[in-house]
Ligand binder design. Structure first.
Ligand code: KIV
Ligand code: ZN
Length: 511
């Protein structure tokens, strides 16, 4: 039995929708943000940083929509320390029953001198004014001295004290550029605890970037030295090398409760489903060997390890796969599996499908079962994700495609698409390969010229008959669109993914 006396409750502040979404390849539309916010509530995070309302009309609308509909967590919006930003943040947040305004201002010498061209005194005054204005709207105000980890220690203490006096209830200590070492970062938190006279009136928070791969270690060092909140993201996404990974900080504290004596409100079996949801929304796959959420994280390959595991799991397993949301299942579905078996498996994989969604996935499942004998969880996840995150409206539908390619001759593609009640066919052989031909034929038919900026193909499960999953990102005008397609034929999966992106472009054009 673990000793629970003197345990501390650490708040989990999720910034996937703000710092995470800010990073290239991670942008989400409103619907996707709402879906992720609902999943974060189910996961049990305490605070959701929903966006930076002044940054764009889209950011404003999404913070407003989340504040207006998501319940069960504090909804937070980011603002610089100026009236316009703070007023806009409040405008977006005001419908939330529990809201927080997060104001920030850089404090390090390098930011003061080159970016802000402000003196220490001016920074302190601006910070106080920003916190006061935020407090005029909301009781829950967080202040971040940006680049705190590189700020002169005496000045950091001074600004933190001033922000708390002005009304900040949380003071966040960002290692904005991921420069700090764990001992050093921990010492900054300890110093604030010891030297700032009013520190007991606020919660100290960590916000660590991963440029040197130390974001999780630094956040935990912060907790060991008195921080009561960790800012983190699902899958560790975020600016540059990302933020501290939520899954990792939470499981480190849970697995090593004996060391940290800290608990969180996270419902840990939701970690892997939430990580998968984010990957399927952004198309950004988690590396296989990533701690906690990677598909190899619970695989034991070496014979000596497998032998140990069979004798006693704890020989090589420090967490149970079920506790982070991996389902232990050897059951493979196939041709003879019915709708009930698929419904049951989908549920145990963490999906709640409506009757209609289940029927569509089941139709695809049956087609797949005709092509491949054994259907694994990875195949089922790929089918469900393609269905749940497919095009919102299908302007252009795939009717048929035919590709021939081989060494010594040019690839040829024949593609037929339907738009309304008309069918259009294009046949060409001037591409550099079957994928290029598929893009060119789609462009000729739809008149939508896409620039492919990212293309990834991976197998959804085991074996050479596995479903292939294609995730691509294209640019059209100055906007970015994503598409995903699955099929046992990777060219067909590519055509599906192109069409998802084309349909998203067509929707924005109102075509
Ligand atoms: O990294 C950083 O400093 C930030 C602040 C806005 C908190 O993201
Ligand atoms: Zn950050």
């Amino acid at each position: 039995m673990s000793d629970t006396t003197n345990q501390r409750r650490i708040k989990i502040f999720d910034t996937t929708l703000r710092d995470g979404e800010q990073s290239p390849g991670c942008s989400m539309n409103l619907q996707e943000k709402l879906e992720l916010a609902a999943a974060l509530v189910e996961l049990g995070v305490d605070i959701i940083e929903a966006g930076f309302p002044i940054a764009s009309p889209g950011d404003f609308e999404s913070v407003k929509a989340i504040a207006g509909s998501v319940r069960g967590a504090v909804i937070c919006g980011l603002a610089r320390c100026n009236d316009k930003d703070i007023d806009r943040a409040w405008e977006a947040l005001k419908l939330a029953p529990q809201s927080r305004i997060h104001v920030f201002l850089a404090t390090s010498a390098i930011h003061r001198e080159f970016k802000l061209k402000m003196t220490r005194e001016e920074i302190t005054e601006r910070a106080i004014a920003g916190v006061r204005r935020a407090c005029s709207y909301c009781d829950d105000v967080e202040f971040s001295p940006e680049d705190a980890a590189r700020t002169e220690r005496d000045f950091l203490c001074q600004v933190v004290e001033a922000a708390i006096t002005a009304g900040a209830t949380t003071v966040n200590i960002p290692d904005t550029v991921g420069y700090a070492m764990p001992q050093e970062y921990g010492a900054v938190i300890a110093m604030l605890k010891n030297k700032v006279p009013n520190i007991d009136k606020a919660v100290i928070s960590t916000h660590c970037h991963n440029d040197l791969g130390l974001a999780v270690a630094n956040s935990l060092a912060g907790v060991e030295n008195g921080a009561g909140q960790i800012e983190c993201t699902i899958n560790g996404i975020g600016e540059r090398a990302g933020n501290a990974s939520l899954e990792e900080v939470v499981m480190a504290m849970k697995t090593r409760f004996d060391h940290y004596h800290c608990v969180t409100g996270i419902n840990t079996p939701r970690l892997v489903p939430t990580s998968r949801l984010l990957s399927s929304i952004t198309g950004l796959q988690v590396q296989r060997n990533k701690a906690i959420g990677g598909s190899n994280a619970v695989a034991h390959a070496a014979g000596i390890h497998q032998d140990g595991m069979l004798k006693e799991r704890r020989t090589y397993e420090i967490m149970s796969p079920e506790d982070v949301g991996f389902k232990a299942t050897d059951l493979v579905l196939g041709k003879h599996s019915g709708r009930a078996a698929l419904a049951d498996r989908s549920k145990s994989l963490g999906y709640k499908l409506t009757g209609e969604q289940l029927q569509s996935v089941f139709d695809e499942f049956k087609k797949l079962a005709d092509k491949k004998k054994e259907i694994y969880d990875g195949d089922i996840i790929a089918l469900i994700e393609a269905h749940l995150h497919g095009p919102e409206r299908e302007e252009w539908k795939l009717i048929a495609f035919d590709v021939t390619s081989g060494s010594g001759h040019k690839p040829r593609v024949k593609l037929t698409l339907r738009h309304g009640d008309k069918e259009f066919t294009e046949e060409l052989s001037d591409g550099d390969g079957p994928i290029d031909c598929a893009f060119l034929a789609t462009e000729k038919i739809t008149g939508i010229k896409l620039k492919c900026v990212d293309y990834q193909v991976r197998s959804a499960s085991l074996g050479h008959d596995a479903l292939g999953e294609v995730n691509l990102t294209v640019e059209y005008g100055n906007q970015t669109f994503r598409g995903r397609g699955v099929s046992t034929d990777t060219v067909e999966a590519t055509v599906h993914a192109i069409l998802v992106a084309v349909n998203r472009v067509a929707m924005t054009k109102g075509a």
